[in-house]
Design a protein around this ligand. Structure first.
Ligand SMILES: NC(=O)c1ccc[n+]([C@@H]2O[C@H](COP(=O)([O-])OP(=O)(O)OC[C@H]3O[C@@H](n4cnc5c(N)ncnc54)[C@H](OP(=O)(O)O)[C@@H]3O)[C@@H](O)[C@H]2O)c1
Length: 330
């Protein structure tokens, strides 16, 4: 199954809104006879990619490993379960059930007399966390990036915030952006930093009153969606953020990388709209309580009310640290 995960990851960036899927086929003696993965949205699913490479009946009586339940419906390609049944596999081992309600591959396999087992379900769900969110909530997967000092400051009290982190970290941010369909930022950040944020297909700017200068770098290329009070409902006097994400989903945007200051980051965190945080920490201490904080969206009086995260990766980027964490939904 871990081999399936590795194969699946080769499809990262080209399969959305589909899941990343890898498949390994073993013959009846347990030898690997084929491997495949879902390479591009609209192209063969992993099982089809693996099974169509077989020349003879090598898979008969064998086992097929796949990290997602095989499909049973006609989508852009025919059902994978039919091909599995045709190849007379004895057993199918699955990472996770498909969250797409149209898929019921497991019953179809069982009806055909094929044994079905599960393994490494948590890892399989983690691998396809973006797919699970977009399929079940019809909203894009949202990752917020912050770059802060060790005392959690993203800018000095004057608003000066350039180059908190090192060149290494900034180069990595450019690469990270490419893993997303859209960068979302705010009017304040565009006005303060005039970023170009050009690495994604889309840019979204939250600019309720159209305060940003249309000559700002961010407007100079690609697709722009500006959320304003003219096209977005308001909630408590501010743009309704959930409604903005719904619109982005409808535009075919399935993943969003947020780069903003503490006001918007804090509101997004409070409203439960962030799935993950990528926190870059520089070995610097501003030592001024009036500096701008990473998150400034709530009036919390008890530490027990703090948002709980689950760190899943830590990288030392000399001299900075990058922490990747999932935000708990509770
Ligand atoms: N170090 C970093 O990682 C990093 C990254 C980005 C920015 N920054 C720095 O952060 C500073 C800006 O921070 P900031 O706190 O002033 O601004 P911010 O958090 O970037 O943006 C706040 C603005 O977003 C808009 N917005 C729209 N809908 C909103 C909603 N529902 N809730 C909250 N805000 C909403 C509002 O402007 P409208 O009313 O105009 O819509 C609001 O004033 C700048 O100095 C920038 O350099 C640092």
């Amino acid at each position: 199954m871990r081999m399936c995960f590795g194969l699946a990851k080769k499809g990262a960036g080209s399969v959305a809104p589909n899941p990343m899927v890898g498949c390994v086929v073993l013959d009846k003696c347990g030898n690997i006879v084929s491997k495949g993965y879902h390479k591009k949205y609209g192209q063969s699913h992993a099982e089809r990619d693996a099974l169509l490479k077989l020349k003879n009946n090598e898979a008969e009586g064998g086992t097929l490993y796949v990290n997602l339940e095989p499909c049973s419906h006609y989508g852009k390609t025919p059902p994978c379960v039919d091909l599995i049944i045709e190849h007379k596999l004895k057993r199918v081992v699955i990472g996770m059930k498909d969250v797409n309600p149209e898929v019921d591959g497991i019953s179809k396999l069982k009806t055909a007399g094929i044994e079905v087992d599960y393994v490494l379900e948590d890892e399989a769900r983690f691998l396809n966390r973006r797919f699970i969110k977009t399929m079940t909530q019809k909203l894009p997967y949202v990752v917020l990036k912050t770059a802060a000092t060790m005392d959690g400051k993203i800018a000095a009290r004057t608003g000066s915030s350039k180059w908190i982190t090192s060149e290494n970290s900034r180069a990595l941010v450019y690469e990270m952006r490419k893993e997303f369909d859209c960068i979302l930022t705010s009017s304040n950040t565009v006005i303060a930093d005039n970023p170009s944020m050009s690495q994604t297909k889309w840019r979204c700017i939250l600019d309720k009153n159209l305060r940003t200068d249309k000559n700002s770098k961010i407007y100079s290329q690609g697709n722009i969606y500006a959320a304003t009070k003219y096209n977005t409902p308001l909630k408590d006097g501010e743009l309704d953020l959930k409604s903005v994400f719904k619109t982005l989903y409808e535009l075919g945007i399935y993943s969003v990388f947020v780069e903003c200051g503490g006001t918007l980051a804090g509101t997004l965190l409070k409203t439960g709209l962030i799935d993950e945080i990528y926190q870059f920490t520089a070995p610097k201490i501003l030592n001024d309580n009036s500096g701008l904080s990473c998150f400034n969206g709530d009036n919390i009086t008890e530490i027990s009310q703090a948002k709980i995260l689950k760190i899943y990766e830590v990288n030392y980027l000399d001299p900075d640290i990058l922490i990747k964490a999932q935000v708990s939904s509770s």
